[in-house]
Each structure stands twice: as structure tokens, then as C-alpha cells.
Design a protein around this ligand. Structure first.
Ligand SMILES: [Zn+2]
Length: 182
């Protein structure tokens, strides 16, 4: 037993190195990113700060601001909405975000026939996110699958890259964050 231990440690180390070199090889190669079937927790595609891709969130939208007219209600979307706030704000979003969410919902049902895409948060009109969050402009969504199976999130994140979101972040073990340009 004792003699086997160093071997076990060695194989664990070489596994993580393999994973790192695989990640390195993909840096700056959007094509191979699109062909990935899984993302890792904490991984971003593309691997740069969100604001450099989708633009700073400097125009928070409230129900009485002119920006609200630019948001559309994802009323007929084939998506499960958590609607935690009970005010339907999760259903409001920019047309560009809606387009990618609808595309992703198709990929989700092709991948898992009995599962739907679930949105836990999209537009946030209560400022529950951090300063400068893209959620305040209806350009970001937090997503899971309808069965809330955390084991599916790595695949869901890879599907989100294929669905065309401008920035995908496998934020933590409970959800994936996606966002789009204006
Ligand atoms: Zn988010």
C-alpha cells in the first residue's frame, strides 16, 4: 500500500498537467474553443475580462428609463424561468441575448431530450449584482438546466459557446453566466 502511494500522487499530478497544457493549447484558438464539449469551473470564453468583449455596463435600465423600451419580453421562449423576484424581470432582455438563449435552448433539448434551459436571472432591476453588472442592462443571464443537475453545467457552458453568446463564464458550481454585446 505504502509503495503505491507515490505512484498515485504522480498520476494525479500528470493528469492536472495534461489538463493545463490542453488549456494552454486552446489559448487564442476560438475554433477549438467552439469544439470543446466541456468547460471547467472558473473558465471564461474568450479568456479576457467581460467588459473588453461586451462593453462596460454603464447604462443600468429601470422600468421608467428609456432603455426599458429596448428590452423584449421572452414570453414565448422555450425556457424555464426561475422568477425569484415574482415580477417577471428575468424575462426581459435585449434582442441579442434572446437570440442566443433561444438557440441554446434548442441545443439543450438536442443534448438532453427531457431537459430544458433554465434562466435563474437575466435583467436585474433590483441591483442585486455587483457594481457595473451587465445584468442591469438585460445583456446577461445566469443559466442552469431545468433538472438543476450540477454535473451538466460544464457541457451547458460548452453549448453556450456554440450558441453564440459573446462571453461565457462557468462562474461557479451552481450556474453559468453568459452575456452579449449591445
Ligand atoms: Zn450573472
Amino acid at each position: 500500500m505504502l509503495r503505491a502511494a507515490p505512484l498515485l500522487i504522480f498520476s494525479a499530478l500528470s493528469l492536472s498537467c495534461d489538463r493545463l497544457s490542453a488549456l494552454d493549447a486552446e489559448q487564442g484558438d476560438p475554433l477549438s474553443k467552439r469544439n470543446r464539449t466541456q468547460l471547467f469551473v472558473g473558465e471564461r470564453v474568450p479568456n479576457v475580462p467581460e467588459a473588453t468583449v461586451v462593453g462596460a455596463a454603464d447604462a443600468p435600465v429601470s422600468r421608467d428609463s428609456s432603455g426599458f423600451k429596448m428590452l423584449i419580453d421572452c414570453e414565448d421562449c422555450p425556457i424555464v424561468f426561475k422568477d425569484e423576484e415574482r415580477n417577471r424581470s428575468d424575462r426581459f432582455m435585449t434582442p441579442r441575448l434572446r437570440r442566443s438563449l433561444v438557440q441554446l435552448s434548442k441545443l439543450v433539448s438536442q443534448t438532453w431530450p427531457k431537459v430544458d434551459l433554465r434562466v435563474t436571472e437575466a435583467w436585474d432591476d433590483r441591483r442585486e449584482h455587483g457594481a457595473g453588472s451587465v445584468h442591469y442592462e438585460g445583456r446577461a443571464a445566469d443559466i442552469t438546466t431545468s433538472d438543476q443537475d450540477p454535473a451538466k453545467l460544464g457541457t451547458l457552458a460548452a453549448l453556450a459557446v456554440k450558441a453564440g453568446f459573446d462571453w461565457v463564464f462557468y462562474e461557479n458550481a451552481t450556474h453559468v453566466h453568459v452575456s452579449v454585446k449591445r
